[in-house]
Design a binder for this molecule. Structure first.
Ligand code: NCD
Length: 325
């Protein structure tokens, strides 16, 4: 099972009920960030460690703010300053961290499956904060919360996911979650960015104007140049001319459409400033919601009953409820 009771590794195979449970929990936590004193004692005495082998602004900081708003201690380690630079393996680094008894380990790594690998070997809840091109579950969960707030529902949406689908973990986690809620998904981009299996995920479309027509939600993806070993398009200028989402490209879209982007944004390449900063954009709401979603995930995974204490009856409950113990 992709989402064991102790970990958040990916959204593949997670039921609509469980996804809604996380989104509802996150929604209930949003109000804490609006208070004058932004702290509750829910995770007092607990320690959350983050281990990031890739660059991050939003995700790492958002986990830290989330942990601190729940009164957990937060310790963060970047691979660039860790003993990874002296040749230590991921597993050895993680084992040493686990030996210090954290209550949760948040991991970002360039290799798909890194979080699964650690979850199988360490006695500590693991949260996947992005593993290569595979999954980025907390990003898709914050996207769900943002979409529900701005569109009013999660069921049966028409969604366009635009850009570098091939390399995007954000696209994969969103596809799993949105399709669980019955979304009709359009995958839009040049053929080199749409893997052959994309046809099983949704309607493949090579034209931007056609791709955005009549959709409720547009999810823009960053061009993941760090993951592109080959030339996937002739030039950035040509890509921007054909696929950069600007106001003109949105002309045929629904006036109620909402535009998401996980950040970091490449202005003028995949998204123009007039859209990124315009009335359809909910990008800053995504960032705000990221804190609430990570508070929910840390709360649900850390504040749980010990496995040994679980009864047979508890084992039958939905996994997230059981985690909430
Ligand atoms: C995403 C990531 O790192 O996967 N960013 C993020 O977490 N906000 C998307 C990206 O880097 O393109």
């Amino acid at each position: 099972m992709a989402f064991a009771s102790r970990h958040l590794l990916g959204l593949e195979g997670i039921s609509a009920e469980e996804l809604l449970y996380v989104v509802d929990t996150a929604e209930s936590f949003k109000e804490i960030s609006e208070r004058d004193i932004k702290k509750v004692p829910a995770l007092r005495g607990k320690t959350v460690v983050s281990l990031f082998y890739e660059a991050s602004t939003r995700t790492r900081m958002s986990f830290e703010i989330a942990a601190k708003r729940l009164s957990a201690d937060f310790v963060s380690l970047s691979a660039s300053v860790s003993s990874a630079s002296k040749g230590e393996t991921l597993l050895d680094t993680a084992r040493n961290i686990a030996a210090m008894r954290p209550d949760c380990l948040v991991v970002r790594h360039g290799a798909a499956g890194a979080a699964f690998f650690l979850a199988e070997r360490l006695d500590c809840p693991i949260v996947n904060a992005g593993d290569g091109s595979h999954e980025h579950p907390t990003q898709a969960l914050l996207d769900l919360l943002t979409i529900r707030e701005h569109v009013g529902r999660l069921s049966n949406l028409k969604v366009a996911i635009i850009g570098d689908v091939l390399h995007s973990r954000v696209a994969r986690s969103n596809l799993h979650a949105l399709r669980t809620f019955g979304a009709e998904v359009r995958l839009v981009g040049p053929p080199t960015f749409l893997p052959p299996e994309a046809r099983n995920w949704g309607h493949v479309c090579y034209n931007l104007a056609e791709g955005v027509r009549d959709v409720d939600v547009i999810i823009m993806l960053r061009i993941q140049r760090e993951r592109q070993g080959l030339n996937f398009f002739p030039s950035v200028e040509e890509y921007a001319r054909l696929f950069c989402l600007n106001r003109a490209a949105l002309a045929g879209a629904s006036p109620k459409v909402v535009v998401l982007h996980p950040g970091p944004i490449n202005r003028g390449i995949e998204i123009a400033s007039d859209v990124a900063d315009g009335p359809y954009s909910v990008v800053m709401h995504q960032v705000t919601n990221g804190v609430a979603v990570r508070m929910a995930i840390l709360f649900l995974l850390v504040n749980r009953a010990p496995i040994a204490a679980e009864t047979e009856e508890a084992a039958d409950m939905p996994r997230l409820r059981r985690s909430a113990g």
